[in-house]
Design a protein. Structure first.
Length: 214
């Protein structure tokens, strides 16, 4: 999730997501194993795979030097995975917390939106931040109309964690778009703040999905 305009990577670039790779792997396996129904298992597996792809790709991309072709490929994959994690997160929320007749609409919205977003980022990797960052936010808040249903099915704790995760992801998107705050460009810059917020948001959503699964 780096930009071509960032010539020097802070020394801690990528380490947060690298550390999340084993953590997300273990957490995902636990979530899948504890899911109670075949539908829940599949939904949690989809969510876990999108998380693994997000953190692993980001870690590889940000920790290495890959040359122009490698950078271009990894950057496309890195940005595409943001759309995947949004749709992936919504999948178990829809399956676990929504009535059967309401799930398909949310799943269609987020997965079609994710595929369109992926095509956009792959085909126009140099698009300006002000254009594609709102796309992430719009897709991420697509489930907002279902918040009362999440509250009814999952309880207050689940709802609070879902909203908190959404707000953390949104804060990260704002930091990424504005490139501020930038506390230590040499060590821990704005991009690291962005990554820290994504880790916190993922943790909130994972906890919400875990509570809904159990």
């Amino acid at each position: 999730m780096a930009d071509l305009a960032e010539p020097i990577k802070p020394r801690l670039r990528g380490w947060l997501h690298a550390g999340m790779v084993p953590a997300a792997l273990i957490a995902g396996v636990v979530l899948i194993c504890l899911a109670r129904t075949p539908q829940a298992v599949l939904a949690c597996a989809v969510y876990s795979v999108t998380a693994w792809l997000l953190f692993a790709t980001s870690a590889v991309y940000h920790r290495g030097t890959w040359g122009p072709l490698g950078e271009a490929i990894l950057r496309r994959l890195d940005h595409a995975n943001i759309f995947l994690i949004i749709a992936g997160t919504c999948t178990p929320l829809a399956v676990l917390l929504l009535p059967a007749d309401q799930r398909p609409l949310l799943l269609w919205i987020v997965w079609v939106g994710a595929l369109v977003g992926i095509a956009f980022r792959v085909l126009w990797v140099g698009a300006p931040r002000w254009l594609y960052t709102p796309c992430y936010l719009a897709l991420g808040w697509a489930p907002v109309r279902y918040l009362p249903d999440f509250l009814h099915a999952g309880g207050a704790a689940v709802l609070i964690l879902i909203v908190a995760g959404g707000l953390l992801y949104s804060a990260g998107a704002v930091v990424y778009a504005l490139q501020r705050p930038d506390p230590s460009p040499r060590w821990f810059g704005f991009h690291e703040v962005f990554h820290a917020l994504t880790v916190a948001a993922f943790t909130a959503h994972y906890t919400a999905i875990s509570l809904a699964t159990y």
